[in-house]
Design a binder for this molecule. Structure first.
Ligand SMILES: N[C@@H](CCC(=O)N[C@@H](CS)C(=O)NCC(=O)O)C(=O)O
Length: 209
């Protein structure tokens, strides 16, 4: 029995569900559209005391923290080839997963919340624009890294592409035309490659909300 908890518009849930899709694993999805149950219920808090999504129950192994879930699934189901077996591919996959959760998300989160989840009259545009500038700098690092490789770990798609891919889907769809955008040829080529993957199309390419 495998159960994923969390609504489909959450970036952190998207990482987990995209991974499940890539691996072709069966699962039940609770609160898929955010209308069933509440993450503040006592039952859910037993699974996830922080009352956050996602949580996965993989045959009794209960796991929280989206990037840990991606790693766990990639390691536990190696036949899906999501976990690189050689260095430096493994280290690069890990490095960019860490980057997404830290350097990238610390500037993307305020931009995403500011532009998508805050009423226009309450938006602090100075703060948002400052963070967009930082995002441009951070995504330039990834663009440059992808100059000589089709995927983050090298020639093959891997777990390393998943958190960053979810973040870039949000970044490229931000309503931020008022800012100057770098060119990003390598980031765009990589994003186009991800966009051809059925599980990415199904679970990640959703309108931002
Ligand atoms: N570090 C955690 C963060 C989880 C998190 O912040 N989840 C958000 C959604 S993206 C959440 O639970 N928000 C409460 C809600 O959506 O009701 C992870 O990566 O899983």
């Amino acid at each position: 029995m495998r159960i994923l908890y969390g609504r489909n518009t959450s970036i952190n849930v998207q990482k987990a569900v995209w991974t499940l899709g890539e691996l072709g694993l069966d699962f039940d999805w609770i609160d898929k559209d955010g209308t069933v149950g509440s993450i503040n219920s006592a039952d859910y808090r037993e699974l996830n005391p922080a009352a956050q999504i996602p949580t996965i129950d993989d045959n009794g192994i209960i796991l929280r923290q989206s990037n840990a879930i991606v790693r766990y699934l990639a390691h536990t189901y190696p036949e899906g080839n999501l976990c690189p077996t050689e260095q430096p591919s493994y280290a690069e996959a890990e490095r960019w997963m860490e980057w997404q959760a830290t350097d990238c998300w610390s500037c993307m989160r305020p931009v995403f919340w500011g532009l998508i989840r805050t009423k226009p009259e309450d938006q602090n545009m100075a703060e948002i624009n400052k963070n967009i500038e930082t995002c441009h700098k951070e995504f330039t690092f990834l663009n440059d890294f992808l100059a000589d490789r089709p995927y983050i770990a090298g020639d093959q798609f891997s777990m390393g592409d998943i958190p960053a891919g979810c973040a870039v889907q949000r970044y490229f769809n931000l309503p931020a035309e008022h800012m100057q955008w770098p060119d990003f040829p390598h980031l765009k080529a990589w994003f186009n490659r991800l966009s051809e993957r059925p599980a990415f199309k199904q679970y990640v390419m959703l309108p931002l909300e």
